[in-house]
Ligand binder design. Sequence first.
Ligand SMILES: Nc1ncnc2c1ncn2[C@@H]1O[C@H](COP(=O)(O)OP(=O)(O)O)[C@@H](O)[C@H]1O
Ligand SMILES: [Mg+2]
Length: 463
Amino acid sequence: MARTILIIDDDNESREVVREALDGRGFQFLEAENGDAAIELISTHDIDVATVDVMLPGTDGIEVLRRMKELKPDTQVVMLTGLNAVDTAVEAMRLGALDYLTKPIRLKELRVVIDRAIEQKKLSEERDEWRRQAARLSGRLLGRSPAMQRIFHMIEQVAPTSSTVLITGETGTGKDQVAREIHEQSRRNNKPLIKVDCASLPESLLESELFGHIKGSFTGAIKDRKGRFEMADGGTIFLDEIGEMSASAQQRLLRILQDSELERVGSSTTIHVDVRVIAATNRDLAQRIIEKKFREDLYYRLRVVQIQIPPLRERREDIPLLAQAFLKRYTEETQKQADEFSDDVMEIFYSYPWPGNVRELQHAVEHAVIFARNRQIEPRDLPPEISAGQTPLFVSKEEPVHQDGKNILIPLGMPLEEAELEIIRQTLTSVGGNKEEAARVLGLSRSSLYRRLPKLREGEETA
Ligand SMILES: Nc1ncnc2c1ncn2[C@@H]1O[C@H](COP(=O)(O)OP(=O)(O)O)[C@@H](O)[C@H]1O
Ligand SMILES: [Mg+2]
């Protein structure tokens, strides 16, 4: 998605300077030569970053900034001011501008600031998305499997403490949700829960994002800035995808865990913070340690308490409960009448391997509710890759899957017994139905092949 930059300046040439400095980086540009035109554009377009000249005729830059923050608080604003207007710049920062640059604009500085503004915009989108999800899923963590029961119990025990928690599990197993639950059940729940996705930030920004920086510590560090740890003071920080942290960020993190202290990037002043750390990863940290990508001492610090969430396919007992809860949620949201799953759908849900875990199940239900034709949800309402799991035995005789005659395709997660039948079926197809030949190819006696054929036919009838 192309990011949109709005350039607000009454001077043609100044606008051109900005546009040219940022040219060739895939941005879309909009321009306005006065405040009113700018405000119009802001309300009608999705703008990621605006550069605002302070000295505009009519509605001035500060007023534009104020309106912009009301209309679209997420839009990042960079003020451009004359050298003699530093007071205004300070006022602008107070009103929520990300930064200011003094004219004449230095191109390199502008680029750095714009990049940072885009990063900031992405972060706030992510935070929004997370908040939306959290609000929408104010529903609790569900599960009746023994594994989930154990997890509930652990959450209850660990939440009131300030222990560091490491949550591991494949993507979509509920790591975010468990982190939220721990925070909610803790005494810190009236203080912020701040999430940082360590994988989505470039290494260069992660450290300053987490620990803050002081003015001048690197190009683009135009003012002092608090990091997320300081923002989370008194509350909880959730470090997602911790396996992706750089070595020096790991070092700083270790210091926080040991001494509750940090220094902002570029500073030697020690700041004390009281933050509970919850970390999550879908990677094998032990492996990362062997590869020397993750500090062993940090690993032991983090996993004081470890919550391991098994993949959904290993706790299928949770599927009906989750599916039902998601169904209720989405029918309420969409006002659709669908309120139950057909037996066939439940069977598919049971046998499908769910590589995307609970998240995939949730999306499947959402999809099904949208496409449901009747009160009862049918396999055809499911996303195709999932409903295909309904008929794993079905291979059209006209179109053998293994056209080169060499490979047999077995979907991941197909039960062994069915896979065996599938192998037989595809072999038969490839030899034109010649059972003797098929038996030979499979290394079976004719009689053992014949014994399996009735099952094959059964499969066809239900398919
Ligand atoms: N046990 C559960 N009960 C209810 N909802 C769940 C459960 N596990 C996961 N979810 C939901 O599934 C989706 C994915 O979970 P998330 O916590 O984002 O997974 P992860 O962080 O492991 O990728 C979220 O919408 C979450 O609310
Ligand atoms: Mg997650």
